[in-house]
Design a protein around this ligand. Structure first.
Ligand code: CS2
Length: 453
């Protein structure tokens, strides 16, 4: 589910890698929203070019996707594919918001798609609704559940998904929920490979380098990682051969990746946008910003993580900074800045909560939150679109402030879907955030640089 650029640059490549050995695996993508990917790929047999953006750029045709279904246009086909005993693994790359979770990590029963699906469960629209309905159909037909593999940047991704599925299934039938709990597997994973959005520059580049007109190639860095807990109900490909790390538990690595890589990404995005940069490469090469990111990682994030044997956190930080400095990748800050209301609780706010509890500093992390608010405010001011499931609320907050309303911080903090009550009740947090917000002045470039000092 979600055959966007990341799926096609990551999981589809790992499947492609094993096809010479295990020819009976293939992917059917399910687009949950738009027909864009299907329209682009159908006339090229769902083949596409993977461009590896390294010092030496390389090109490879990926052939593991056999078909793409578009859920809003083909809901019955999607359910029948999911019910098919040949469907053995369902991966999800649906981004944080696709899971419809609240700040407590549980399924948000007020989410319009969940309410809609619960009122009409046999014709779902949400991924959770599709999973539960198709598992119900499999149970009815005596077919074992497929393994559900969340590949999104959520803490405890498999567990969260399993809980959301169970909470939803109980409303359909408690027996079904018990069957899912007993029979289905939801391994946790870490996925990692920096994958910028495809643009015309990449398309034209592919055409001139390969002589192939590809409607939707994907480009990513050479580094790629997939760590998966080895729990599969209906078997799996021999992924180790393709470099997938199959483990007993992913937890330690997951926290490090989400906080250090994704946390630093969000910091670079909001502070970098205010400082007038366009890409991660530009932002990380600015001295003040780069120093800030380094101290945020080492002083405020590192203390929340554990090094284990074979996984040294300082080495990991060094490797991340090097990846951010890849000059060939034009990873747009605006891409990373999308969906802040979904990403920041996982990447930054959870770290702030832990630091508060342990009496550790939070100033730099608060500056990231304040920068997010400033970016929203500035966008609202010029009516620039905000990509976020809470966009309407965020624009209203930013717009009120732009018109002389002084309550911006309180308005933001009242967003229960973003800020947990435990955090908004903390005086230390409110003070640090207020200071951080003030230090950004009116969000001009020069203010951002001053705040980084
Ligand atoms: C990024 C991630 O857009 C974002 O929010 O932080 O997509 C990041 O590039 C990937 O998680 C890297 O594996």
């Amino acid at each position: 589910m979600g055959p966007g650029a990341f799926h096609r640059a990551h999981q589809a490549v790992y499947i492609d890698d094993i096809l010479s050995q295990e020819k009976d695996w293939a992917i059917c993508g399910v687009s949950l929203n738009s027909a864009g990917v299907k329209e682009a790929l159908k006339d090229q047999d769902f083949l596409y070019t993977l461009v590896t953006l390294d010092q030496e750029i390389s090109y490879r045709v990926i052939g593991s996707i056999k078909d793409i279904l578009v859920a809003p246009h083909q809901p019955a086909q999607v359910l029948s594919r999911l019910r098919d005993p040949n469907t053995r693994i369902v991966t999800l790359t649906i981004t944080e918001k696709g899971y419809c979770l609240g700040t407590d990590g549980a399924l948000d029963f007020n989410h319009p798609n969940i309410q809609r699906d619960l009122s009409s469960p046999s014709t779902p629209v949400s991924p959770i609704g599709y999973i539960v309905e198709s598992l119900r159909l499999r149970r009815e037909a005596g077919v074992q559940p497929y393994t559900v593999v969340s590949c999104d940047n959520l803490m405890e991704n498999g567990t969260r998904l399993f809980q959301a599925v169970s909470q939803y299934a109980v409303h359909i039938s408690p027996d079904l929920a018990t069957w899912i709990e007993d029979e289905a597997c939801f391994p946790r994973t870490i996925v990692d490979s920096i994958t910028p959005q495809t643009d015309d520059e990449l398309r034209n580049h592919v055409t001139s380098a390969t002589n192939i007109i590809d409607s939707w190639p994907v480009g990513r860095e050479a580094f790629t990682q997939w760590i998966v807990e080895d729990q599969f109900s209906l078997g799996r490909p021999d992924w180790e051969c393709a470099g997938v790390t199959m483990v007993g538990a992913v937890e330690v690595y997951a926290k490090a990746k989400l906080r250090l890589l994704n946390g630093a990404h969000s910091a670079l995005a909001y502070l970098g946008i205010l400082a007038g940069f366009d890409t991660v490469y530009e932002a990380i090469n600015e001295e003040k910003l780069s120093r800030f990111i380094h101290s945020m990682m080492t002083r405020e994030i590192l203390p929340t993580l554990k090094s284990t044997s074979g996984f040294d956190l300082m080495t990991y930080i060094g490797s991340l900074l090097k990846r951010f400095q890849n000059p060939v990748i034009k990873h747009k800050l605006v891409q990373i800045s999308s969906d802040g209301s979904q990403k920041l609780p996982i990447r930054i706010l959870s770290v702030i909560s832990e630091n508060l509890e342990a009496g550790r500093p939070i100033e730099r992390l608060c500056l990231v939150i304040a920068a997010w608010m400033q970016v929203i405010r500035r966008k609202a001011l010029i009516n620039s679109p905000i990509v976020d499931p809470l966009a309407d609320k965020l624009i209203a907050i930013g717009w009120r402030d732009a018109n002389g309303h002084a309550e911006l911080l309180n308005d933001f903090l009242s967003l229960e879907a973003v800020f947990p009550a435990s955090l908004t009740a903390s005086k230390i947090f409110r003070t640090a955030l207020t200071q951080a917000y003030r230090s950004l002045g009116s969000g001009e470039k020069s203010d951002a640089f001053k705040a980084l000092e």
